[in-house]
Design a binder for this molecule. Structure first.
Ligand code: NAP
Length: 319
């Protein structure tokens, strides 16, 4: 299906049928964000057709999605955002990362997908400055330490102080961290983060309670992996650790009978609405470079959380 058709479908979903995306307050940032956000990691390739990327990102905004997450680590993603939608900068809450290698990242990321992170004050500042330039903006709404550094790693480099300095200069508005167990409780206890980016889905529930802990501490909660990457087959050449993770998610889904819970929903709609059903999630930054998937995700999220009894039953079965 062409992008124009998808755009019309989105417009129909959003306006003619009176559907709209649910929203939440992103913790102490006070920002109202759509529970369906957009994760721009899929836009990492420099070989993507700029026209198609421009249409996709404008469709994201036209649908009312107002939360966009990216990273210097995602190849050309930040540059695509700058080119495509910097002219609509007041329509979205822009989150990026820091601690990533600076001066690289244009083009492809390494096959293992993650590069060494450096949390020195110099590298944190250089990364933020680079993101501002690439995304053609004078401020980032949220900058998140990437790769879940421990509080002691951050303290060793006085890294938080650099983000606070950048905040005082007006270059960033809020501080965040991409946090995972085992460090997440200690990161929350630091009390300095306005938002946490946390992995969660029906087939990856290790952080379910930590999401609530973060929200109860007053922070915003940003969910990644909310559709379990579409549960694809692992690709040869991927690091074995990634392949194993993907196999486990698929097996968990395939071995859990939810056929009676699906009703009219596709499995992907079910997955997305399961994630949105977490009472303490504020936004889930689902990634896609496929306009059909974007339209499907918008329609699914517009249907809101799962009915309470379906959510409870699903939690039982996926436990
Ligand atoms: N902090 C971190 O360390 C970290 C790590 C990973 C990701 N992230 C952030 O979180 C975002 C999302 O994370 P994620 O990519 O791991 O997880 P995700 O959003 O669960 O999965 C995205 C993947 O699912 C596919 N997909 C999306 N909608 C679909 C649909 N309706 N049907 C079938 N497949 C669909 C996409 O492929 P298509 O393009 O083919 O649709 C894409 O490969 C990223 O974009 C990034 O911003 C952060």
């Amino acid at each position: 299906m062409g992008v124009e058709v998808v755009e019309r479908r989105v417009a129909r979903a959003g306006h003619d049928r009176g559907m709209s995306l649910p929203t939440a307050t992103l913790g102490r940032t006070g920002a109202t964000v759509t529970k369906l956000g957009y994760g721009a990691m899929e836009l990492r390739s420099s070989r993507l057709d700029p026209g198609e990327v421009d249409r996709l990102l404008n469709t994201v905004l036209d649908a009312g999605i107002n939360m966009i997450d990216t990273s210097p680590d995602y190849g050309s993603s930040e540059e695509h955002i700058g080119r495509a939608i910097s002219g609509r900068r007041d329509e979205y809450f822009l989150a990026s990362k820091c601690g990533c290698p600076v001066g690289e990242g244009i083009g492809e990321v390494p096959p293992q997908g993650i590069r060494e992170h450096i949390f020195t004050r110099e590298n944190v500042r250089a990364g933020v400055e680079q993101s501002l330039g690439r995304m053609r903006t004078d401020h980032l709404d949220l900058v998140q330490f990437h790769a879940s550094p421990s509080p002691s790693t951050l303290a060793d480099h006085d890294a938080v102080a650099e983000l606070l300095a950048l905040r005082d200069e007006g270059k960033i508005r809020f501080l965040g961290i991409s946090g995972t167990l085992p460090h997440l409780p200690d990161q929350i206890a630091m009390g300095v983060f306005d938002a946490f980016q946390i992995p969660y889905s029906a087939v990856e529930r290790d952080h379910e309670d930590a999401i609530s802990t973060a929200a109860e501490a007053g922070a915003g909660t940003i969910i990644r992996g909310g559709v379990a990457r579409g549960m694809p087959e692992p690709r040869a050449g991927m690091p074995e650790q990634y392949q194993q993770m993907m196999r486990e998610r698929r097996e968990r889904f395939e071995n859990t009978d939810i056929s009676d819970l699906l009703g009219d929903m596709t499995p992907m709609e079910f997955m997305l609405r399961f994630t949105i059903s977490h009472p303490d999630m504020h936004t889930t930054i689902v990634g896609t470079k496929n306009p059909d998937h974007l339209a499907a995700n918008i329609a699914a999220a517009s249907n809101g959380p799962l009915p309470a009894d379906v959510y409870e039953a699903a939690k039982q079965r996926f436990s």
